[in-house]
Design a protein around this ligand. Structure first.
Ligand SMILES: [Zn+2]
Length: 207
């Protein structure tokens, strides 16, 4: 079952290759943490890797898509989905307070439960999902190197672009040195091949 499909979904019909399955699949448990009186379990996944919103209490969907008409009727009931659209391969501009408020709102909406399972998903389950997983790992677990933590606990391909790395670093004040799993920032314009050779290593944090 796929929902939230649209322009950000690079997956074409019938093109589901092994490539999409080799790193991670399903609704993957990443970490748990105490938050006030509640226990929070955080999961991650991607639509093309069989993320299942029924395995969690609420899903934070990061796909940069409009909600298909057929799914509009699903929103008020199960599965519970909060839409926080972010462009594919990009980072959002939300301040840290946004992610704290979002977490608080989710927790408040489950007053009866001691344990709340929160799923975070996008299309591929790496870039945007990895970014938000890293933010919550830092917020909830206080890990010093949230990107490395998420890559170890969840998927080595998590957090794809320089922009996403920068966003996490800025938001959390952590300074871990990592490369993007996929590409460097598209804002850099190179005039010669020499410039490119010298600069690209810097932009993707290859050290
Ligand atoms: Zn993966």
């Amino acid at each position: 079952m796929l929902f939230g499909r649209g322009r950000g979904n690079r997956m074409k019909k019938g093109k589901k290759s092994k490539k999409f399955e080799e790193c991670h699949l399903g609704t993957k448990f990443v970490f748990m943490a105490k938050y006030g009186a509640k226990m929070i379990e955080v999961y991650g996944g991607g639509d093309i890797r069989d993320y299942d919103p029924y395995k969690v209490d609420v899903t934070i969907a990061l796909n940069d898509v409009e909600v298909p008409m057929s799914n509009l009727f699903v929103i008020p009931s199960e599965p519970k989905i909060v839409y926080v659209p972010i462009d594919d391969m990009s980072a959002p501009s939300y301040p840290l307070s946004f992610w704290v408020d979002l977490l608080d709102k989710i927790v408040e909406s489950f007053p009866e439960q001691d344990k709340i399972r929160i799923g975070i998903k996008c299309t591929g389950g790496h870039g945007r999902t990895g970014t938000v997983l890293a933010i919550y790992a830092w917020l909830l677990k206080g890990v010093d190197e949230p990107i490395k933590y998420v890559r170890k606990r969840y998927c080595e391909n998590a957090v794809e672009t320089f922009e996403q790395i920068e966003y996490i670093r800025d938001l959390t004040g952590t300074h871990e040195i990592v490369d993007g799993s996929k590409s460097w920032s598209p804002v850099v314009v190179y005039t010669t091949n020499d410039d490119f050779d010298e600069d690209w290593k810097k932009w993707v944090y290859f050290e």
